[in-house]
Design a protein around this ligand. Structure first.
Ligand code: MG
Length: 360
């Protein structure tokens, strides 16, 4: 079969003639023949497959430079590249969904009025403990609780302990005066950015900076709500009305495979890449945290913990312990004891806080 005109090729490939001219200029889809006199482009029928692939990838929203790379790969490598692109799109969408949820919550609570109205009526009671466990020679977990801040950081790499402690120290600067509700989102974003900067400085002094970092899961008490920032695989849970809700999403390879339906929840628990982090405050890499805002109800109990608790103590046990212990201090004590009971292979960071009606 002979060469076809750009019009015929456009119809067959469902790309516009204008797009075909652009793709020619970019080297993405070069015509089989260009008439040296008229400049008319002619396409070979066997170019149709590549043209259709380009059209499909455009519909996916893939940038042209990346499409060119995909078109030059063989089938399996191209499939891998498309999968990686889509995982990035979904991660970005998830982060923006969280931000949208945060803004909806924040705007619907009536902003500053909600804060002044309820500040005097509720407070938090809390306890925190960081424990080295029974196997690790050092403790790289940081657990902190104060009148406004709850935080757990699980450091990794040669300076993981200092990295986690430094990240929490940066957030502590938000504590003394409290944050006006209107400035909450920016204050948290700035603090996490600063924490990331501090961790990178600590990592830069180490032999392998890329392997140093920390998770960070923290809640800031505004008086009427708890603002959550989260990056990594430490977790936050809420016990409300006797039910336990996990309110963070692990940024791990295993969790993303679970989300994609490629493994089951049981397989995720024992997956070899269970603890491989997709996101953390680290010497290198992405540092975008999840953020959300949680309305406080008297009677709510929050747990923040590192994976040294959540991967070794079954969720039902955590649930029962939170539901049956009288005080945060007792809950923290019992949870750490349960991790020890099953060998405590990792450090354990644990914070429990109760929302209570203020007396008087
Ligand atoms: Mg850990």
């Amino acid at each position: 079969m002979g060469l076809v005109t750009i019009g015929a090729f456009a119809r067959a490939s469902r790309l516009s003639a204008k797009a075909l001219r652009l793709y020619d200029e970019l080297g993405l889809l070069v015509p089989a023949y260009v008439d040296p006199v008229t400049g008319y482009r002619r396409y070979a029928p066997e170019q149709l497959e590549r043209a259709r692939l380009v059209a499909w990838l455009r519909r996916l929203g893939m940038p042209l430079a990346r499409i060119r790379a995909v078109c030059d790969l063989d089938g399996p490598a191209a499939a891998h590249e498309v999968r990686a692109f889509w995982a990035g799109v979904e991660a970005d969408t998830a982060a923006r969904r969280d931000l949208a949820g945060f803004l909806v919550d924040y705007l619907s609570t009536g902003k500053d009025t909600a804060m002044t109205k309820t500040t005097a009526s509720m407070e938090i009671r809390y306890a925190a403990r960081s424990d080295s466990g029974l196997v690790r020679p050092i403790n790289q977990d940081t657990a902190y609780a104060g009148p406004r801040l709850l935080a757990v950081a699980d450091g990794f790499g040669s300076a993981g302990g200092p990295a986690g402690a430094a990240a929490v120290d940066v957030l502590k600067r938000l504590e003394p005066d409290g944050i006006a509700a209107g400035a909450l989102l920016d204050a948290l974003a700035d603090a996490v950015e600063q924490a990331g900067h501090t961790v990178r400085e600590i990592a830069a002094a180490e032999p392998a900076p890329g392997e140093v970092g920390t998770t960070l899961t923290a809640m800031l008490w505004t008086g009427s709500a708890l603002a959550l920032v989260h990056i990594g695989d430490s977790r936050a849970y809420l016990l409300r009305g006797g039910e336990l809700f996990r309110i963070t999403h692990d940024h791990t390879v295993a969790q993303s495979m679970l989300d994609e339906g490629r493994i089951t929840p049981d397989e995720a628990i024992s997956h070899p890449q269970r603890a491989l982090l997709l996101r953390a405050l680290a010497g290198t890499g992405e540092v975008t945290p999840d953020t959300s805002l949680h309305d406080a109800h008297p009677g709510d109990r929050y747990l923040l913990c590192s994976d040294g608790l959540s991967t070794v103590v079954p969720t039902e046990t955590i649930h029962r312990t939170l539901a049956t212990t009288a005080t945060p201090a007792q809950a923290v004590h019992d949870l750490v004891a349960q991790a020890h009971h099953v060998g405590a292979p990792d450090n354990i960071g644990c914070v429990v806080a109760d929302v209570v009606a203020r007396r008087g």
